[in-house]
Design a protein around this ligand. Sequence first.
Ligand SMILES: C=CC1=C(C)c2cc3[nH]c(cc4nc(cc5[nH]c(cc1n2)c(C)c5CCC(=O)O)C(CCC(=O)O)=C4C)c(C)c3C=C
Ligand SMILES: [Fe+2]
Ligand SMILES: [Fe+2]
Length: 365
Amino acid sequence: MTKRRIAIVLFNLGGPDRPESVRPFLVNLFTDPAILRVPSFVRPWLGRIIAWRRTRPAMENYAILGGRSPLLELTEEQGRSLDAALADDPGVEVRSFVCMRYWHPMSDAAARAVKDWAPDEILLLPLYPQYSTTTTGSSVAAWDEARRKAGLSVPTTTLCCWHSDGGFAEATAALVRDAYAKARAELPAGTPLRILFSAHGLPESIVTAGDPYQWQVERSVAAVVERLDIEGLDHTVCYQSRVTPQKWIGPSTEEELERAAYDKVALLVCPIAFVSEHSETLVELDVEYREVAEKLGVPGYFRVPAQNSDPAFIGALAALVRGALGSGRALCSFAGGRQCPKQHGDCPHARLAADDRRARVKEVA
Ligand SMILES: C=CC1=C(C)c2cc3[nH]c(cc4nc(cc5[nH]c(cc1n2)c(C)c5CCC(=O)O)C(CCC(=O)O)=C4C)c(C)c3C=C
Ligand SMILES: [Fe+2]
Ligand SMILES: [Fe+2]
């Protein structure tokens, strides 16, 4: 029996592979219309200026990691683990391809590699659990352009988001449970412990324009907390990595460090929007925020590791792949495996999130 060949395209952001790549990587990022929302005649100039200004702090961060981001290796390993998890599935032959948005391998190279492999079907799988126009939306748009250029026309399913997926929530809860127990064992008896679910921030204007990301982050946290099932658990959601002067969604992770110092509670920080280690976990959370927490006198600072190729997490991805195969449509795991009838950014869940956000903005005003 011939097997159906399935290409899984793993989307992630990408990161510089050496110090000289930092500036062009940042130029790619800040000239993306999904990131810099200004008229198109201004964007190439303004994007380059912002990238120029961001280069030095970014280089300092990557220097701590040996001058490069570990994201590509970790994503490739996730791909190999996913292929291994699906290797014995009957009737299909699966191969993962990494497709980064702002540094190599980017969409053009990924589309060519997929075409050379000649799949019967393609599954676009963002390694972002929550949908944002700035991440998954941008990657899907870049992929679509690249696959057209490559002359690749194969039935394609897009998994738009999997923020509340049970397998993802359970795998994440298991990592949190383990780190929580270790933190408790290290802390003096009676020291209160709070979990900070720290997600990448977004400019507030992007969220009020209807981006469902913040709403989906809150759904992810609720799904993990439900599975943790710890009585009276002290936890909160906060947002890190602000890099532009506009107002970003909050509370910021820095504000939460201050509140923890004031409340005299130790912190366990859990990245909730990244499923791999990279500069924003290894430098921002592990070095910068730890230093701030120590200076502020927070009585303890611990971190939950990112999922990387954790077997339970890879198992959850494999289950998502099995559920999505063969639909040939845009899917949203939040719809319980049913397809989103509209474009990814316009799915009913995105609208639901936007309505919810507007209601909250009105409440505050
Ligand atoms: C306006 C700027 C940015 C928005 C909006 C944004 C959204 C966003 N990003 C991630 C995940 C990652 N971001 C990474 C790096 C990175 N992101 C920005 C800016 C925005 N991101 C910059 C300038 C950088 C470069 C690093 C730096 O200068 O500090 C990375 C990769 C990091 C690595 O190790 O290579 C990831 C992953 C999410 C999930 C998100 C919104 C939902
Ligand atoms: Fe980012
Ligand atoms: Fe949806």
